[in-house]
Design a protein around this ligand. Structure first.
Ligand SMILES: Nc1ncnc2c1ncn2[C@@H]1O[C@H](COP(=O)(O)OP(=O)(O)OP(=O)(O)O)[C@@H](O)[C@H]1O
Length: 923
């Protein structure tokens, strides 16, 4: 091969190499380009997936084409792996856990499907656990790898308000959800525990028609579209009331009170307000905001539908988006909610009907007297007050509290409205809770009839009420008895105040703490038909008003409480004229159609049905109204059975209550003051009758050996006058040993004969010397007495004079005889009588005489001799005839049967009423 050829080959080879090298370089570049292009495509693809979301991307048809591209597959796979990785904690676990939580927080009708509860009335009373959540539907997390459902629920009652916003297309669906939610609420609790209020801006009726049967039982109120302000005002007032009367001890909410006391005292009020997507006018908006802010603590729950509002309180929302997707604040923005389907209309109506029925039935269930009584008797302590149920409302007890905040009670209602029955129910509830050491009762009934008499032992029923210390019946003619009771209470109040002062405290509660061994029961004084006490414009009324004012104002701190009952409070001028008294009667009880017991604008008593009462612890203002059905407490087997049971429980040493029966004439022999008399008295005391006081004491005249100690019975009523003389003689007789006293019994008219002789027989039987004389012997007797006194006056007799009681029956009948003068001495028999009256007492000779008129007494005792009658009992004699016998004071006294006016110049400032004793048939 030549050189040329060789060189050529070399060149060709070099070119070959060059080409090869260029080819290699170009191939590598193309490969790099293609690799970069794939990487870029993958990155772009990944970016797109990330931006769109892998789950959305997977659903995109354009995207689906890329799924087959093997170059992009790994990108998808990686995104899907990552996405699955993110949900590993959720898938399978999350929804299950939510199921568990909601089942726990929303038990029974709060969360279960309607088939298990719709149509049955709930049993829970709201005091125990309240569901934390209430189901509205289900939800799914939009982008979860598995579309696993979980329940969607919202907190309600006490926790949060709820707001829905819908689209026009979904409004009906939202209404269905609201209906379902409300049914869950009312089916969970006892009927009455949740009350519904519905307001729809657009329509008078229409919203939630399935619930209308609830209105029958007052569980649902549909409000007028134009009157939202009324509903809001009502709620605002409710909030105020709860704050001023229930949340008074620092507890922040009704829920807190229920947790502490174990009792939900107020129903929940749920207001469902349907709007039209425009805001309310400013004023309503503000009211609604205030209610939203303060309502939850007071049991008010708002459910708003399409009512735009911003609130500064917990508010859950459920909104339907423009895309039709429903989202809730509980489930968050990534979950779409499927609301539970609307409940079948027919079943809803039927269920609401059944719930209403259940409530009406429970309300009408006759709560019995026994329902008012505690299972265990006498366990209550009255240190800080008295509290007892007196009736029921919606099956729940309604209590009354007598204590520092509501010390006195005013009960009103027309005749037949049930006042007496109410008082029995109240007393039954109290006496079964508090023992006689905790509570004492003073019971006064001005009504004709003897309704309180059953508290004392009777002939048929020996039992008596252990708490009763005093029972007054048939006292309408004896207003003085009301006065006596008030006086007793005022005295007791002072005694307690002194004891408190001694222990350096001011109130009964503190006194009891300082003096634990002392007996300081609360005292409740009940005066039925108390208007009789103020019936006249006289001294009794003015004294009663003064005492009542004192007790009403100061009794509260000393544990002395008044319960005044009347058929017509408005007629009691004396009472109304004294607002200071009236204000103290904070607790008002109005029976049906009662007038003026409650505040003037409070008409509740006009609407309350028979056998119900309005109980108001707020001086009768409207927001304090509580309605109670009062059980029958007067039929056989109610109060009487309780009394028998408590009577058997009483301690041995408990004394019987004192009975004052205005219709009964007290027997001398049964009076304590008589029984206590015995021989050896330093100053003999004559008992003339029973005075009207709380201890049933006798009118006493101490027969000192001093001038003026003679006694006159004045008036024409033989029965009463002879009683006065007889009781005086018999009581004096007991104070002398047989034979130690002399009695003269002079009967000078026919109608005195029988009683005078009977008395003489009794005195003789007691062993005393008795000289019985008639008209024939009177002059000689008086002359003899005068002679004896003369001897003593002249000092010729040194013997101690014997007590001598001279009983002159109708002495004025002997005046014609006595007026004749003794020709020798020029003295008349009347002069002799005056002499005996004047000088007798100093020597133990006391005249106890009956003059048949005041005029006759006065005419025979002219010239200062009237002063020798130091004490008297006037019977059918008018007040003005008596002034000269009572140091000239004006005496207002209108005679009344079986009553006398007693005055003892040496003891009394004013006369007092007495009841002449029954002394017939011996003591
Ligand atoms: N809650 C009730 N349940 C059953 N019966 C009742 C109830 N309240 C009242 N009664 C009955 O109604 C009647 C009248 O009641 P009550 O005597 O208590 O009325 P009142 O207002 O005291 O009437 P009055 O002033 O005329 O005496 C009585 O027969 C009583 O038994």
């Amino acid at each position: 091969m030549n050189k040329r050829t060789e060189r050529r080959k070399k060149i060709e080879h070099a070119f070959e190499e060059f080409r090869e090298t260029v080819g290699l370089a170009l191939g590598a570049a193309a490969r790099d380009h293609s690799r970069a292009a794939v990487a870029h495509a993958r990155s772009m693809f990944e970016l797109w997936i990330r931006q769109t979301g892998v789950t959305t991307a997977v659903d995109d048809p354009a995207f689906r084409r890329c799924l087959d591209n093997p170059l992009l597959k790994p990108v998808i796979q990686q995104a899907l792996d990552e996405y699955q990785g993110i949900f590993t904690g959720w898938t399978g676990q999350g929804p299950l856990e939510l199921h568990r939580l909601v089942t726990e927080a929303a038990p029974g009708p709060a969360g279960e499907p309607w088939q298990t509860w719709l149509g049955h009335a709930g049993q829970r009373d709201g005091s125990g656990d309240v569901p934390g959540l209430w189901r509205v539907g289900s939800a799914v997390i939009d982008r979860a790898p598995e579309r696993e459902e979980f329940p969607a629920a919202v907190p309600l009652l006490d926790e949060s308000h709820l707001s829905f916003s819908s689209t026009p297309e979904t409004r009906a669906q939202i209404e269905g959800t609201v209906e379902g939610l409300l049914l869950r609420l009312i089916s969970y609790f006892q009927p009455g525990t949740v009350q519904l209020h519905v307001w729809d801006v657009a329509q008078l009726t229409g919203a939630l028609p399935g619930l209308y049967p609830l209105a029958r039982a007052g569980l649902l109120t549909v409000h007028d579209p134009a009157r939202l302000h009324e509903l809001l005002d009502e709620f605002a007032e409710h909030i105020r009331r709860i704050h001023t009367s229930v949340l008074v001890d620092g507890r922040p909410s009704l829920r807190a009170v229920a947790d502490a006391t174990g009792k939900r005292s107020e129903p929940w009020r749920v207001a469902v307000l349907f709007g039209n997507r425009t805001a309310l006018e400013e004023q309503l908006q503000q009211k609604l905001q205030r209610i939203a802010r303060n309502g939850l603590a007071c049991g008010i729950q708002l459910i708003l539908v399409d009512l735009p509002i911003t609130v500064n309180s917990p508010l859950e929302t459920i909104r339907v988006g423009k895309d039709g997707v429903i989202r809730g604040s509980m489930t968050g923005p990534h979950a779409s909610v499927t609301l539970d389907p609307q409940l079948p209309r027919e079943q809803v109506t039927r269920a609401c009907g059944a719930i209403s029925e259940a409530l009406l039935e429970r309300r009408s269930r006759v709560c019995t007297f026994d329902d008012l009584l505690p299972e265990v008797r006498w366990t209550g302590t009255s240190a800080s007050g008295l509290e007892a149920p007196i009736g029921y409302h919606d099956g729940e007890p309604v209590s009354m509290i007598i204590g520092d905040a509501s010390p006195h009670v005013l009960v009103g209602g027309p005749s037949g409205s049930g006042k007496t029955n109410f008082l029995y129910a109240m007393l039954g509830a109290l006496v079964s809770r508090y023992s006689p050491d905790e509570l004492e009762l003073y019971l006064l009934d001005f009504k004709e009839g003897v309704s309180f008499a059953q508290f004392t032992p009777g002939r048929k029923d020996p039992s008596w009420l252990p708490h009763a210390r005093l029972v007054g019946v048939n006292v309408n003619a004896d207003r003085e008895f009301g006065l006596a009771l008030l006086k007793f209470l005022a005295d007791e109040m002072r005694r307690r105040a002194d004891a408190a002062k001694h222990h350096e405290v001011t109130k009964l509660e503190e006194l009891r703490a300082e003096d634990p061994s002392g007996r300081w029961p609360r005292i409740v004084a009940v005066i039925d038909e108390f208007q009789y006490l103020f019936a006249e414009r006289d001294a009794v009324t003015s004294r009663a008003v003064g005492l009542l004012e004192d007790v009403a104002r100061r009794g509260r701190s000393q544990g002395i409480h008044l319960v005044l009952s009347s058929q017509d409070v408005s007629g009691i001028e004396a009472f109304w004229g004294k607002p200071a008294i009236f204000e103290q009667f904070v607790l008002r009880v109005a029976l049906p159609k009662a007038r003026r017991v409650l505040a003037e604008t409070n008409m509740a008593a006009m609407e309350v049905p028979r056998r119900h009462a309005v109980i108001n612890h707020d001086s009768g203002v409207r927001h304090g109204n509580e309605i109670a059905r009062v059980p029958d407490a007067t039929s056989k087997g109610t109060f009487d059975a309780l009394q028998l049971e408590l009577w058997q429980r009483r301690t041995e040493n408990l004394p019987e209550p004192l009975l004052f029966d205005g219709e009964k004439v007290p027997r001398l022999s049964t009076v304590d003051d008589f029984a206590e008399l015995g021989p050896g008295a330093v100053v003999p005391t004559a008992l003339l009758g029973q005075v009207i006081d709380v201890s049933g004491s006798a009118a006493k005249v101490r027969l000192l050996r001093s001038p003026g100690r003679n006694i006159a019975a004045i008036g024409s009523v033989a029965r009463d006058a002879t009683s006065v003389l007889g009781a005086a003689a018999l009581s004096l007789s007991r104070q002398h040993d047989p034979g130690d006293a002399d009695f003269t019994v002079a009967y000078l008219t026919e109608d005195a004969t029988e009683s005078a002789k009977a008395l003489a027989d009794e005195l003789t039987a007691a062993g005393h010397g008795v000289d019985v004389i008639d008209l024939d012997g009177i002059r000689a007797k008086l002359d003899g007495l005068a002679e004896g006194l003369n001897t003593r006056l002249s000092g010729t007799c040194a013997e101690t004079p014997r007590p001598h009681y001279v009983l002159l029956y109708a002495i004025d009948a002997a005046y014609p005889l006595l007026e004749q003068k003794n020709p020798a001495t020029r003295q008349s028999g009347l002069d002799t009588m005056k002499f005996v009256l004047k000088h007798g007492p100093e020597f133990g000779t006391h005249v106890i005489g009956w003059w048949r008129s005041a005029q006759r007494l006065k005419s025979s005792l002219i010239g200062g001799a009237l002063d020798d009658i130091g004490s008297w009992v006037a019977l059918d004699v008018h007040g003005q005839e008596l002034s000269s016998l009572a140091a000239g004071q004006i005496i207002s006294w209108a005679p009344r049967p079986r009553r006398g006016l007693f005055f003892d110049r040496f003891e009394h400032a004013k006369p007092e009423v007495v009841i002449p004793f029954d002394i017939t048939g011996g003591q």
